[in-house]
Ligand binder design. Sequence first.
Ligand code: 2HA
Ligand code: ZN
Length: 275
Amino acid sequence: MKITEVKFVEGFIRMANDGWEQGWHERNGGNLSYRMKDEDVAAVKEFLSEDGEWKEIGTEVPGLANEYFMVTGSGKYFRNVIIDPEDSIGIIKVDETGTKYQIQWGFVNGGRPTSELPSHLMNLEVKKRVTNGKYRVVYHAHTTNTIALTFVLPLKDEVFTRELWEMATECPVVFPSGIGVVDWMVPGGKDIAVATSKLMEQYDVAIWAHHGMFASGEDFDLTFGLMHTVEKAAEILVKVLSITPNKLQTITPDQFRHLANDFKVELPEKFLYEK
Ligand code: 2HA
Ligand code: ZN
């Protein structure tokens, strides 16, 4: 069996390619990470090597000590993942202190994990804790319409959540806890990782102003679907705002409360403010 035939590897590659086909990954834009299950590690054990150097993550993730992750590579193109996975993606292990990682598979041409590794691992650590280990995927993409909105909407969680909820009835059901927004920051380091992972304590989605989006979920389908739903809502809002700054009608706070009741989701009142 080839490693690319193992189910989680297939799922990872398919998700990367789906993102590319959406137009969210110009050049080397975006990155993807997956916290592997014990059975995933067992399924690829024969392909893993423990000879690699231990390198600094650039932050501390003690809650992920000794865990394995599949991640996209720094400077690698999502467009190439499907044709050359061994070059574009890799498997890393985090050490027992949660400060170092070792490449155990992939990145065959001297590559290394995504420049956003601190954000990915800190988000995965928070999500592992707050979901009791359920969430395993963190996805970052340069979603066109969501980025466009960061130039015209106030950079506030309440505003992005409410405006995007109004764009499609399914939205509050798909992301009932809402969306967090990070002001413009330098990407690739610990500071933006700390800011994003703080938002991930309560949200499954975080928007980076003038940059892109982070989404997290249980598996590849749910995480891709979440990113897709938010970006679709953003596309509708861009179209609406392009027609007129004033909506003639929309979904009202009371209608959201009614929906929450029937669909058995909890919608925080902070998003249902009167305008
Ligand atoms: O180039 O998207 O945020 C990868 C990125 C950095
Ligand atoms: Zn980016």
